[in-house]
Design a protein around this ligand. Structure first.
Ligand code: ADP
Ligand code: NA
Length: 329
């Protein structure tokens, strides 16, 4: 198998959203035949913010079920829970000792997440997590990292760290590249279309659609989505709410934004929103049914994840051994 390796993951910080599905999982499915996929449920990243211990494992299993239901084939890819593979935490420390406060300070995600709090109470994990992300990628020699635009800077940091390590010691790491799928827009919050739709950062539940939301909830949330007083379905930055809904639909059915605008030229927001809601429901319902079916046998999911962790451990240990040998251990 000489396909390039691709690494990606989702944090079990909450129930996954339509943003996670359209921005991440759906792309992985379309890339899995081109690249050797390594897909993790990144629970070590989740705990950068306190997680309810009762929910953490349950959520990880649910996210795995969503990966599989969406079409990630566990026979063709390695799927595992990050905390099951201790090499990640160990490699992250070795990279931490080859990094600088300054470069972490420059990460815009850190700046955004820490701007609201006083410095004293910014969790250290929020500051340091790009180093763990670098370990996730570099341990598998992943050259392709499918991420949303929000994560590109972290993959660039990973490249810097890999080059630095290779120059200081020897060529241990492959240099990864962020892969931002042009067909996948960033999905914004339905109540505040200046913020991305996120399970971790959104407090208003009407702002996001969960992958497992029922048709009625989806209809309700879309009908409440913030638009504007212009009243015309246009694809423009002046109408961020409407633009976001158009992006959502185009991401799902692959149509052009101009086609959607044309389709609703003579119509109002009410009809447009009904179309948006039904498009989402049509996409999610079959997926939801598969997820529910898979979750009837959690034991089987756990076994697949255990096997994934075994394979991941084998690969990552080789890289970790190389790192340690080079450092002098
Ligand atoms: P969240 O912010 O929902 O906690 P994660 O940090 O777990 O999301 O991100 C998992 C993946 O989903 C990443 O590749 C990220 O870029 C993608 N993603 C998350 N939210 C969105 C969004 N609103 N639109 C597009 N992609 C997204
Ligand atoms: Na995030």
């Amino acid at each position: 198998d000489n396909r390039k390796v691709m690494f990606s993951g989702i944090k079990p910080t909450g129930d996954p959203t339509l943003g996670n599905y359209l921005g991440a999982i759906k792309n992985w499915v379309s890339l899995q035949n081109t690249y050797q996929g390594i897909f993790s449920i990144v629970d070590l990243h989740a705990i950068t913010v306190h997680q309810n211990p009762e929910d953490l494992k349950k959520r990880s299993i649910e996210i795995a079920a969503i990966y599989f239901a969406a079409g990630i084939d566990p026979k063709e890819n390695i799927v595992f829970i990050q905390s099951h593979v201790h090499q990640h935490a160990e490699a992250a420390w070795l990279l931490t000792c080859n990094s600088y406060m300054g470069e972490l300070n420059r990460m815009t995600q850190f700046k955004e997440k820490s701007s609201k709090s006083v410095k004293e109470s910014v969790p250290t994990g929020i500051f340091a997590y790009p180093l763990l992300m670098a370990a996730d990628i570099l341990l598998y020699g992943a050259e392709v990292v499918p991420v949303g635009k929000d994560q590109v800077q972290h993959v660039e940091l990973t490249r810097d760290l890999a080059n630095r390590f290779n120059n200081t010691y020897s060529n241990v790491f492959k240099i990864p590249k962020p892969f931002v799928n042009t067909g996948s827009a960033k999905i914004y919050d339905l109540q505040d279309p200046t913020k991305k739709m996120s399970k971790s950062e959104t407090s208003n539940p009407n702002g996001y659609i969960l992958i497992m939301d029922s048709p009625d909830i989806i209809r309700k949330k879309i009908s409440k989505a913030v638009t504007d007083s212009i009243g015309i379905v246009n694809y423009t930055d002046e109408q961020p709410g409407v633009k976001n809904l158009i992006d959502l639909v185009c991401c799902i059915n692959g149509r052009e934004s101009s086609e959607i605008v044309e389709l609703f030229k003579e119509k109002g927001y009410k009809e447009f929103k009904e179309y948006v809601a039904e498009t989402i429901i049509n996409e999610l319902e079959p997926l939801q049914n598969k997820v529910k079916f898979l979750l009837e046998d959690k034991h089987q999911i756990e076994n697949i994840l255990k096997e994934g962790a075994r394979k991941a451990s084998e690969i990552s240990q080789k890289t970790l051994d190389e790192m340690k040998k080079n450092i002098g251990f």
